[in-house]
Design a binder for this molecule. Sequence first.
Ligand code: BGC
Length: 730
Amino acid sequence: MDQKVNIHPQVEAKIDDLLCRMTLAEKAGQLTHLSPSLVGGFDIEDLIENPELFREVKRDFHEDWIREGVVGSFGGMTGAEDINRLQKIAVEESRLGIPMIFGLDVIHGYRTIFPIPLAEACCWEPELMERTAAAAAKEAAAAGIHWTFAPMVDIARDARWGRIAEGAGEDPYLGCQAAAARVRGFQGNDFSQPDRLAACAKHYIAYGAAEGGRDYNRVDLSLQTLHEIYLPPFQAAVEAGAATVMSSFNDLNGVPASANPYTLTTVLRGQLGFNGFVVSDANSIGELVPHRFAADRKEAGLKALTAGVDMDMSTESYRHDIPELVEQGVLSLDVVDEAVRRILRVKFLAGLFDHPYRGSAALERDIHLHPQHLSLAREAARRSFVLLKNESDLLPLKKETTISLIGPLADNQADMLGSWAFTGSPKDVVTIAAGLRAAGCANLRVAQGCAINSPETEDFTEALAVAAQADVIVAVLGESAMMSGEAASRVSLDLPGNQQALLEALHATGKPLVLLLVNGRPLALPWAAQHVDAILELWQPGTQAGHAAADVLFGNYNPSGRLAVSFPYSVGQCPIYYNRPSTGRPAGAFKFTSKYIDGPWEPLYPFGYGLSYTQFAYENLRLTETEIHPEDTLYVRVTVRNAGGRRGEEVVQLYTADLVAGRVRPVKELKAFQKIALQPGESRELLFKIKASDLGYYDTAMQYVVEPGLFQLWVGPSSAEGLETTFRIV
Ligand code: BGC
């Protein structure tokens, strides 16, 4: 359903009235997003490592500027008391009393931390993503926040890029479902409600395609790939009603995304009909200078504003430079007014003029870590786990088993939260060890074994002594929270530090070995895939990590997550993704084909893959028609049967491929999925409706075409397996 930000005549009339009364300085101020400045000596690296230190640093809240009416929006603030205090200055002491909008990165929870977005995407359950976003909104709103810088909807095909953790993975169809669900979750039907937030689809656009997976790097991309792969999740977010969009740091084909009239105006406003406002990423306007796209801050501001960036986050060009640019006649007042209008429109729709204050310390106490949120966090976490290997049905384990839980993430709180969790607190986290104990695992021994990422060799004597007492060894290995997220690209996808050596030493004991992975990106683990008996991908599960892990390890919950990204064998394969365009020499036995001489070309674990404690059989794939017209719908039926001995959930995935086309097309593309639960022996017939109009592409002239011809169709448990058939568009 199209819920787009709409233009209401009554709201526009109120905006007209304000615009008539605002000075140029106040207008430029409306376009400005500031954060408190930190005063005095501090080390930014220390602050990032230990956000608690923020409380000790003296901050300047720019009260004078707020009073002058030259700050439209504020960020970097938590807590209803502080936020409402500043808001009161804007509302009661500034000349026009225009409320500020308070934004924050509420990415996967506020105080209750849910699994990282990449993990949640592995649930393939939009409804669940909607619920966790709604809970995050409720907790953040209780703390005075109006606006979240989420959802992050960047398609990411390169596991080296640390920000792959923040989005829904490599696929545009799944990405659209996640984008829309998260917007609905944050905003509800009406983001002026006291428990909702205005959403911000970010980072517009193609930020995930950074060359080499290196953060902030250049992007060189065909317009077709832009429109077919990277744009759809933004369109889905806009159609779901996203109030705002954030422009990204990268350049796109030589034009920075924060000063790109084509993407910001022609596409976003013109083609997608977006009526909310665009905020720059932090200092992405100022960075037009080091991009060498603008000579100085003033020119940067001019280029960004005229391209379509309405709000300046952190550069402070708009506040300082707009009045002068207008006075010099370089910038038209109409452009300024239009940007102010968009921001005021969102403020009116957010109900800020009627209810500028929100939340309170009492509400924070009631809502934060609410039992319903904790149980939702546990549910979301266990549903996001992906069972990658389970030799001889080693899992689930019995609670009576003597388990040695070994690794730097075995009894670790902080790293369960992942990146962008600074409003959460490590002390709220149930560690994996605590979760297993709480589940009644009496014979549990725990050892750290090594640090997450030590540059020095470490001694495993103690860990091996603990391992020697076990019936089953469960290794908990992976990355620290800060090894993914922003500015956390990696050149290696191996287990960091001495963890691989530890794993090999544990394997050498000859005992059954389970590997639990805690990480923010796909890792390349061919050795583990070959030698370890069972592998369960936990990602960064959040506050309820340990309870969720125990649920799956002991079989209270049958794992149902499926990979939202491909797992490579080796970092050298990156970028690797299932929906790659066909090549003239597909990989095969013959030497002169598209592959590597020193390793496999296909992924270790493909997109859509994941095991269950039961097995599913696919039967009877059929189409009502084998020929359809471009305006028709294809009806696809398939029967899925639980052929194992336990209740389980399956993600039934439908892929198509256009076999001959006027442009080289992907080898396959996800077009639909359904997640179903089946009792042992139960089977269900599923119906998929595929619109032929969704099977088109952008031709060489950038026209969207649905071409007649033969298509292949698969329905199966992953992108690499399934029943297949063909049909024709005529
Ligand atoms: C990030 C954004 C974030 C912003 C505000 C930037 O560094 O790229 O994702 O929303 O900071 O915190």
